[in-house]
Design a protein around this ligand. Sequence first.
Ligand code: 5GP
Length: 119
Amino acid sequence: MSDAETLFERIIAREIPAEIVHETENTVAFRDINPQASVHALVVPKQRYRDVGELAEADPALLAEVLTAAAAVAKLDGIADSGYRVVFNTGADAGQTVFHVHAHVLGGEQLGFFGRGDG
Ligand code: 5GP
């Protein structure tokens, strides 16, 4: 895609530091800089797609790899059994701020409800 590079490409290229917790040939996972739960990692495909819809349409096998990596991160972080949430914020109403598709992996504590905010 033609948009300017996002900071996630720079993390993937190791140009910006991040705590990388898992990597495969096609994906990288790293800790979120502003965690919203005890465990909060982001899983990104190295190939850039804007959001999960674009990824699903263009390369469903790569989307499956992102989800497999999310499950691997949950295992590594010891939350596979206690439970975790995988979230793809998509577009403005969902609060997507980085337009390189990423799965949030959240857990390590009882998570709250989600959906409509209180503001
Ligand atoms: P979004 O709001 O697009 O779904 O999620 C973007 C996520 O990227 C946010 O949770 C935010 O905290 C995280 N983030 C933004 N900048 C950085 C950074 O420089 N490093 C890391 N590790 N995470 C970041």
